[in-house]
Design a protein around this ligand. Structure first.
Ligand code: CAA
Length: 295
């Protein structure tokens, strides 16, 4: 049976975390978001603030509703403030050692009947579940960027996930107005298994000179009706995240389609992580993005 979720804890207020916080608060939950330090926390809360203000400006939300959402969100740098959460969602860096270290600490503090969820894009959910004392109460809740806009949440059942926790996660995502699609604990789940090789192929097409960066992007927008071209999307997802996902997928399946193209590896060495770092396939320092001449 699904458990009632009132209080939600979110670990990380970055690219995904801040959106997950906003969506949960908009659905009426009390939300506590934990970041490493005050400056990073304020940066994340600032992003939520910007989106709330924009929604009021555009008439999508009333000032009173935005204020109510704001009042339901509390930031902290301490795990202890998550103690009485009914559901804890992690959205920290896509690194298994960091996630395991964090879950070990959180598991000691948060009440034993709370459900734990990872927003991992590709790591095995069971690897995280297994370091907690509640592997049967552990699921994957995979949101898409921007979490405020994208309709889908993949709800991942791993081998240890119990029926109650799984139903709780499904109901929680549906309560946020999301399309909750159940899936199994296979690297990449549904979307990234299909989307990541597509982005990697676009990088290979660029390496082979099939088209310029902008030509490849414009072709897929105009020819396949995609809202963004694949190289813009790669920058949007974050090239560091894309690099980590394809390593995990390659490890799991050992197929060339998941292998990191040389151009991506070199961009990561250069510190070009896409839109978030200001440089990726495009340079984002001007008014409109321009092709990165270094690629
Ligand atoms: N946060 C909140 N809202 C946002 C937003 C953000 N970061 N970006 C855009 N929006 C909202 C805007 O406010 C706007 O809403 P209104 O019309 O009500 O004002 C709406 O989205 C449309 O935005 P724009 O008009 O500015 O731009 P757009 O029409 O080009 O849409 C987009 C932007 C929604 C991002 C669209 O380009 C798109 O759908 N792109 C593809 C995104 C995608 O594929 N995401 C999945 C990535 S894969 C992933 O996340 C999984 C993983 O594990 C890696």
């Amino acid at each position: 049976m699904a458990q009632k979720i009132e209080r939600v804890g979110v670990l990380g207020a970055g690219l995904m975390g801040h959106g997950i916080v906003q969506v949960a608060a908009e659905a009426g939950h009390e939300v506590v978001v934990r970041e490493l330090d005050e400056a990073t926390l304020q940066k994340g809360l600032g992003k939520v603030e910007k989106q709330l203000a924009r929604a009021v400006e555009k008439g999508r939300s009333s000032r009173e509703d935005a204020d109510a959402v704001r009042a339901r969100i509390r930031g902290t740098v301490h795990y202890r403030d998550l103690a009485d959460c009914d559901l804890v969602i992690e959205a920290i860096t896509e690194s298994l050692p960091l996630k395991l270290e964090m879950w070990r600490e959180v598991d000691e503090i948060v009440k034993p009947d709370a459900v734990f969820a990872t927003n991992t894009s590709s790591l095995a959910v069971v690897d995280q579940a297994a370091v907690t004392g509640r592997p049967e109460r552990f699921v994957g809740l995979h949101y898409f960027n921007p979490a405020q806009v994208m309709k889908l949440v993949e709800v991942v059942r791993c081998v240890t996930t119990g029926e109650d926790a799984f139903q709780t996660a499904l109901e929680f995502a549906r309560g946020e107005g999301k399309l909750a699609i159940p899936t199994r604990d296979r690297a990449g789940f549904i979307v990234n298994r299909l989307l990541v090789p597509y982005m990697l192929d676009a990088i290979r097409a660029r390496e082979e000179g099939v088209g310029s960066i902008a030509e490849i992007d414009e072709a897929m927008k105009a020819g396949a009706g995609h809202p963004m071209g694949p190289l813009t999307l790669a920058d949007f997802v974050g090239l560091d995240t894309l690099g980590s996902i394809c390593e995990v997928l390659f490890d799991e399946f050992r197929e060339r389609r998941f292998a990191q193209p040389p151009a991506l590896r070199k961009m990561l060495s250069a510190g070009w992580f896409g839109r978030k770092s200001g440089t990726g396939f495009y340079d984002y320092s001007g008014e409109t993005p321009t092709e990165n001449p270094g690629i």
